[in-house]
Structure formats: C-alpha cells, structure tokens
Ligand binder design. Structure first.
Ligand SMILES: *Cc1c(COP(=O)(O)O)cnc(C)c1O
Length: 393
C-alpha cells in the first residue's frame, strides 16, 4: 500500500484506467461477517491476489476488520504475506509433491493434507525445519475436489496420528469444502454437513482433538448456521459480493462491493449509420452516432465475451449513459456506442465505470456475471496486473 498522502479519486482521475479498491469496505465486510457468524471464527480468504483486490492490502484490511485467520491456496501466496510482515494465523491448502513446505513450516503457515503421502511430505518438511508443522486434515464430503475420500479417511487420520506421535506435526484442524455455496438450501448441503460431522467423529474417536473444524465458504457461512462449526472461510463476501446472488444481494447482507473498475475515454468521434464496429464488425451502428473508445481489453481481464453483452456507465460533463459494449472486446480496448448525443456531450477523458457498488447507476460485478454467464468471482479476480489498483480507506 502506498504511504503517500494522495487523494485516490484524483489519482484514479488521471489514470487511463484503474481498479479503485475501497479498503474500508473490506474491513467493514469482515466486521459484518463476524457479526453474522459469531462465535465462530473468520478466516478471510485472500488467495489470487485477494480476488484481484490486492493480496497484502486486502489481508491488512481484513485483519483490521477482525479476521482471526487468513487463508490462501498456494505456498507462495502464504510466504508473500509473511515476507510483508503479516503475522496472523495463516493457512494454505493446495500443494503438489516436492513443493517448498519447509519454508512454510518455518514461516508458521498451517498446511493441509488430503492423503497420507502429503502427511509424509509435511512431516519431512517439519524434520528439516526442526519445527512442528501445523496440519489440517481434509475430508471430501461431496465436492469431489481435494480431500480424502470417505473410504480413505481413517487411513489419513492414522497417518496424521502417527506423525503427531513422532512429534513432527500437530493435528490442529479437520476440514472440508462445500459444493453448493451459491444454493444454500440444496439437499447436497445437508448431506455434506452430515458427512462432515461423521468424519469429525471418526477423527476424534481415533484420538485427534482439532482446535478448529471448518467447512463453510461465504455461502455456507452466511446462509447455513449449521455449517459454521468453529471457523468459516470467507472469500467473496470479504470483497462485498454475494455468494448466493439468487438468495440475497450484498445490500441484504450488509456487505459492500470493494472494487470499482474505471477507465477514461481515449477518443470520441461521430460516425454515420451502418458503420461496422471493432474486429469482425459484430456491431453495426443503426443511426448516425458517437462512438467512445475505452482503453481496457481482454489483456486486462475484460472477457472477450463481454462484447455486445456487458454494460458500462459513461459519465460526461452533463449526462451519463449506460451502454452495452459495441462489438468485440480487443486486447487493449473496446468501443461503446454513445448514441445520437449533442456535440461535446462526451469527450476524451470522460469517466467510464465498468462495474462498482452501483451507487451512481453503474453495473455491478454481479450484473457483469449475469451478462456473461459466469460468477462475480471470475469478473473481479481476472482483472489483470496491467490495471493499477488505487486504494482508499
Ligand atoms: C476459495 C476458497 C474459499 C472461499 O470461498 P468463497 O466462496 O469465496 O467464500 C474457501 N475455502 C476454500 C478451500 C477455497 O478454495
């Protein structure tokens, strides 16, 4: 985070394009999640560069909001947080054979095992580090992604107990992951919660006393009290987006979207009716009109599929217009058809809001997701490194 005292609105106003990140929103969202799920603890998930919002900045804002833990997917993400001085409890959960687990153990990063061979790797890393590793055992309760299959669970538990008896690992967690966070009343949710309770029983009867049992992502955490256990792992809700948009909007949940993606028009020009626009002329002007050029493209994470599909808000000096992207999104730019407006109504330099909280009539990330047939997670996370992040409190 920059320590310079600059007005972020001003900085963003001068940039060609920017993702404005409201760190106060992230902090407030975590506070709100804690309110809802308490007394369960909250792990703020900051993987994938904080879902595109910035790894370190998001982590610090989440901790300021009271996050008890941070969670990431990969060892490198965890080590980057430690290198930046983040000292909170921190878990990472996805590694392949031969990764640098010793560094993770030395850096006090909690690790996950879904199979006995991973327990062995973690035990070996702990031996090398000369330090006990903190281990969360993962059971597959129905997502069929990571986690030991139910049939293999007792064997994983035994391997972990054996490693613990040698003093090289401590079994601190039992965990799993939900398949229907976006559909909280799905019967699979009930089955997973039951399966998880049974797996915890098996582990406890075998002699494991977990500090934390955790199952829920944002959707489970906010919508299923029976999925909260000791700890919830909240990602998308931390960034103010709804995990189950068919059930509740951010407003209903007391959450605020943290990212506003903006750009400035690079050019406007008048063209006649029947003008083909952008590669392949997949859009043609119906009438004489004004086109506006927006300097963001698929290299920046604007999906090519957003052409003729997603809307943006263009703000001129006197008028605003919400317009669908006209024709193909290119690598660095796309075009909007501003309509038959007065000369000078829109000019190069005018602000374009692609998505944000919706306060000024701009689309939301959820609107983009609906237009593209995807989820808001993908919309914000794929905004690339070429787009500067401008942070405000
Ligand atoms: C990404 C992730 C989360 C966070 O999920 P959200 O739906 O964004 O809350 C939680 N747990 C695991 C294992 C994940 O991979």
């Amino acid at each position: 985070m920059s320590s310079e005292a600059v007005d972020p609105a001003l900085v963003a106003g001068r940039l060609r394009a920017a993702a404005r990140i409201d760190l106060g929103a992230i902090e407030g969202n975590v506070r709100r999640i804690r309110e809802i799920v308490g007394p369960s603890q909250v792990m703020a998930v900051v993987k994938a560069d904080g879902y595109g919002h910035g790894l370190l900045e998001s982590a610090r804002a989440a901790l300021a909001g009271g996050a008890d833990w941070l969670g990431v997917a990969f060892v490198e993400e965890a080590l980057a947080l430690r290198a930046a001085g983040v000292e909170s409890r921190l878990m990472c959960w996805l590694a392949t054979p031969g990764e640098q687990l010793t560094k993770a153990v030395l850096a006090d990063v909690d690790l996950s095992a879904s199979a006995a061979w991973m327990v062995d790797e973690i035990a070996a890393a702990a031996m090398e580090a000369g330090k006990e590793a903190r281990l969360h055992l993962k059971v597959d309760t129905g997502l069929s992604r990571a986690g030991a299959a139910i049939a293999d669970w007792p064997q994983l538990v035994e391997a972990a107990l054996h490693a613990q008896s040698r003093g090289v690992v401590r079994n601190v967690g039992v965990w799993s992951h939900l398949a229907h966070g976006d559909d909280p009343q799905n019967p699979v949710m009930d089955a997973q919660i039951q399966q998880f309770n049974e797996a915890v029983d098996v582990a406890q009867r075998a002699g494991i006393t977990p500090e934390v049992r955790h199952l829920a992502n944002s959707g489970g955490a906010l919508h299923r009290p029976d999925a909260r256990f000791d700890l919830v792992r909240a990602g998308i809700a931390v960034y103010g987006l709804a995990p189950a948009p068919n059930v509740a909007h951010p407003d209903d949940l007391g959450l605020r979207p943290a990212m506003t993606l903006t750009a400035r028009l690079a050019l406007t020009k008048s063209v006649p009716a029947g003008t083909g626009v952008s590669y392949g002329h997949r859009y043609e002007t119906r009438d004489a009109t004004t086109l506006g050029l927006v300097p963001l493209g698929y290299a920046d994470g604007i999906p090519r599929a957003a052409g003729n599909a997603a809307e943006v808000l263009v703000r001129g000096a006197e008028t605003s217009a919400r317009r669908t992207i006209a024709g193909a999104v290119c690598m660095d730019q796309f075009v909007v058809d501003l309509g038959a407006v007065n000369d000078g109504a829109f000019m190069a330099g005018d602000e374009v809001l692609l998505f944000g909280p919706g306060d000024d009539g701009e689309p939301t990330a959820e609107d983009w997701a609906a237009a593209l047939g995807t989820i808001s997670y993908e919309v914000v996370t794929r905004i690339g490194p070429r787009v500067p992040r401008v942070y405000s409190e």
